[in-house]
Write a protein that binds this ligand. Structure first.
Ligand code: NAD
Length: 252
């Protein structure tokens, strides 16, 4: 099929679908200037080994190094803005309340900044922190000091118990947030159309949502400038960037 015909077909599917899920990955933020994980030239992991930085073990071994690395990523995100791909999704959701669910593997907050409502962030959010451990002073009737203030530091620590703060992102080997994953699974099972945008499809269980949607009878469309592990699951693969394609698909 010619690219224009494929675009027209997918636009028709979008117009007809009462429930659409969009699963996004690092690629949707690439044109905002956020590096992806796996793109060989620019990906974050081209310069770092994930097990050195994005695991709980790494944080326990060298909390300052991991904290500082995330601090740099947070700093880099301060000046980053949503792009036309994020904006097209947010505008579609505003025009069609309740029809579109955004499920993202990204931690950059750009869907939320663009105005997408109720984003299911499977891998957490880089702008938030949480305590590393349950409060060690809790138990035996004592409430612990979970609400206590953190003392500034790298990482900041609880003024009472010394528990460090850590970024509220999902590290390698960790469970995904239960509620967000359950809602994403429900949405995938119930949708008529799933758009898979800017993800290599290598990270599970996020990639499993695409298989689940297809198995439940949804049409699956991949939007990506490069081949992905999910191309075989898709009915249509649209080759291009999210800034090129999402406005054309969604702004009808
Ligand atoms: P990935 O790095 O494995 O894959 C990125 C994909 O995006 C590739 O398939 C690439 O071809 C595609 N891509 C590149 N530029 C694009 C563009 N302009 N438009 C559309 N697609 C484009 O990323 P992933 O699949 O999301 O999985 C890796 C993990 O990386 C996830 O767990 C995610 O949490 C994390 N991550 C998030 C961010 C972020 O929040 N922005 C950044 C890096 C990594």
């Amino acid at each position: 099929m010619l690219p224009e015909d494929a675009l027209g077909q997918v636009r028709g599917w979008i117009a007809a679908a009462a429930r659409i899920v969009v699963l996004t990955g690092a690629g949707i933020s690439a044109e905002s200037g956020v590096p992806t994980f796996r793109d060989a030239q620019t990906g974050l992991w081209a310069h770092f080994r994930p097990e050195d930085l994005a695991t709980e073990d790494a944080f326990r071994r060298d909390p300052q190094r991991v904290w500082d690395w995330y601090a740099e990523r947070r700093e880099a995100l301060r000046t980053v803005r949503p792009n036309a791909g994020h904006a097209a999704l947010a505008r579609f959701a505003a025009r069609h309340p309740g029809r579109l669910t955004v499920v993202t593997q990204n931690v950059d907050g750009l869907h939320q900044a663009a105005g997408s409502p109720d984003v299911l962030a499977l891998h957490g959010n880089l702008s938030e922190d949480r305590w590393l451990d349950p409060c060690p002073l809790a138990g035996r009737g004592a409430p612990g000091c979970g609400a206590a203030l953190a003392e500034p530091g790298r990482p900041p620590r609880c003024v009472q118990c010394g528990n460090p703060l850590r970024p509220a992102v999902v590290w390698f080997g960790e469970m995904l947030p239960e509620r967000a994953l359950a809602r994403a699974e429900q949405a995938a099972a119930a949708c008529e159309l799933m758009l898979v945008v800017g993800t290599s499809g290598q990270v599970w269980p996020a990639a499993g949502l695409v298989h689940a949607a297809r198995a439940a009878g949804a049409r699956v469309v991949v939007v990506n400038p490069a081949p992905t592990e999910l191309d075989d699951v898709a009915h249509v693969v649209l080759s291009g960037t999210s800034v090129q394609l999402l406005p054309r698909l969604l702004e009808t």
